[in-house]
Write a protein that binds this ligand. Structure first.
Ligand SMILES: Cc1cc2nc3c(=O)[nH]c(=O)nc-3n(C[C@H](O)[C@H](O)[C@H](O)COP(=O)(O)O)c2cc1C
Length: 197
């Protein structure tokens, strides 16, 4: 029997007081009830790499910076990803873009799903992220969870009124098909990768 699928939930912000922990932990709690994959948080705070300063693009040589090497090694162990994507100036955070620039073969032919948050549920950031991932040979999936889609209602509820992610069951309802689909793709692409090495 092949080893269990491993899925990383990527926290894309690092600032003190970030909101990102709330949706990331919520998704992890839901995901860990599943039997079809192992889920773990991958927090960019744990990988404080410099702005990209590798001597050559990674298509030509492996990454050299020690922290980036560790980050790339972690991403390589995973069969799929959920990016918990904050919206900064209608795109993803700089820290996530920089981290992605430090990857090459580690993520190729693997699937990604998304939990966006911010105005319009982080949709603009998620759409930018899909474009970036296409260049990286990552398969971005249709299903996503968007926290704050309509006038940031859920985020305002949590930040100002003491509500929790679990007070918004439609978010859980959106997470279910997203995770179902992600596991299907992770399993199928893993089989494909193994068949072609
Ligand atoms: C630099 C910066 C830019 C932002 N730009 C946007 C934006 O363009 N659209 C939006 O809806 N929210 C924007 N926001 C609000 C963030 O989506 C919101 O603060 C969110 O909580 C940020 O994630 P974090 O708390 O995990 O850092 C911005 C926040 C920051 C710090």
């Amino acid at each position: 029997m092949s080893p269990k699928l491993k899925i990383g939930i990527i926290l894309s912000t690092t600032r003190p007081g970030r909101f990102g922990d709330t949706p990331a932990q919520w998704l992890l709690d839901i995901a860990r009830k599943r039997q079809d994959a192992d889920f773990e948080l991958v927090d960019l705070r744990d990988y404080p790499m410099p702005f990209f300063e590798e001597k050559v693009p990674l298509i030509y040589a492996p990454v050299e910076n020690a922290v980036a090497k560790r980050w790339a090694a972690k991403m390589a162990t995973l069969d799929g990803y959920v990016f918990v994507a904050a919206e900064y100036n209608h795109s993803i955070t700089g820290v996530l873009k920089n981290a992605l620039d430090h990857l090459y073969s580690e993520v190729q032919r693997k699937p990604a799903a998304f939990v966006g948050y911010g105005g319009v549920g982080g949709a603009r950031a998620v759409e930018h992220l899909r474009n970036i991932l296409a260049e990286m040979h990552v398969a971005s999936l249709k299903h996503a969870v968007h926290v704050g889609m309509i006038e940031m209602i859920e985020m305002i509820g949590m930040l100002r009124e003491g509500k929790k992610m679990t007070d918004y069951p439609h978010l859980r309802d959106a997470a279910k098909p997203m995770l179902d689909d992600l596991v299907w793709w992770a399993s199928s692409l893993k089989a494909g990768r193994l068949a072609t090495v």
